[in-house]
Design a protein around this ligand. Structure first.
Ligand SMILES: [Zn+2]
Length: 276
């Protein structure tokens, strides 16, 4: 069942849980995630990241129809989301392709430009019945990158309030200690900051860099108001580890083994995000 980001996050708010948001740059990850969600009977967000096109993994025009078809056929609510759209033109194309949620990421731009571009994205999304996530603060390197290599700037609670009110977004990605990619040391999360932001804004908080966070910390941030957790690196790692050191005669057997391992990893993550 295809739903938009606002609708799926409403379910999360009602149940006081977070919805897992996973990147699907290929059929293998798409199958793993949808079947995990159906088995657990939980809503899920599937995402295409602009950077995965830049890395040569998949093109948005090719992957979007596959994602939308899978979402429509699924037995659970599924939002088809554009992750870290950094170019306005790319975000606009995503909305035209039928994404029901888009993240415009202008976090590296000066505030006034980030605000203006986010407002434009909200306008386009509304015309299509889609919802918008935007980012304030910075979590460093993007999906597939090395989180330790880039600087992280924590989200300021008062700026978050004004940003949400000015732009009319549906969800806010905040920086409070997580980063993308692999961690070399356990992340230290600023729970007080999340609680403060949550008390000041009336849209759900999104946590990026979900891989490598402890179960205990997930539970705490969800109690503080996080309603969407972006998770990719460890799912991808689980797929790689499943085939490490094995020899295969058929390529499709590699995909099947990786899919099985990714599905189990996604199920574990979704179970924690759902407070089970
Ligand atoms: Zn992210």
């Amino acid at each position: 069942m295809l739903v938009n980001l606002k609708e799926i996050l409403k379910i999360a708010e009602e149940k006081k849980i977070a919805i897992g948001a996973f990147n699907t740059p290929n059929f293998t990850s798409l199958h793993a995630i949808i079947s995990a969600a159906e088995e657990l009977d939980l809503p899920v967000i599937i995402m295409h990241a602009q950077v995965h096109e830049e890395m040569g993994l998949c093109k948005m025009e090719e992957v979007a129809p596959m994602m939308i078809t899978a979402a429509k056929a699924a037995k659970v609510p599924v939002c088809v989301h554009l992750d870290h759209g950094t170019d306005l033109d790319y975000v606009k194309r995503g909305l035209e392709l039928g994404f029901t949620g888009v993240m415009y990421d202008g976090s590296v731009l000066p505030d006034d430009e980030n605000i203006a571009n986010t407002i434009q994205t909200v306008k386009w999304a509304k015309e299509k019945g889609a919802s918008v996530e935007a980012e304030l603060g910075s979590m460093g390197a993007r999906e597939g990158g090395d989180g330790e290599a880039a600087k992280s700037i924590y989200t300021d609670p008062d700026e978050a309030k004004s940003f949400v009110e000015t732009t009319g977004i549906d969800a806010l990605a905040c920086a409070f200690g997580t980063s993308h990619g692999f961690y070399t040391a356990a992340p230290k999360l600023d729970f007080d900051r999340v609680t403060k932001i949550n008390s000041l804004i009336d849209v759900p908080i999104v946590m990026h860099g979900g891989s490598g966070v402890s179960v205990e910390d997930y539970k705490k941030v969800i109690a503080c108001g996080v309603r969407k957790v972006n998770y990719y690196t460890y799912m991808s790692k689980a797929g790689a580890e499943a085939i490490n050191g094995k020899t295969y005669k058929q390529f499709h057997d590699i995909l099947l083994d990786a899919e099985k391992a990714m599905k189990e990893d996604v199920k574990k993550a979704m179970t924690v995000f759902a407070g089970k």
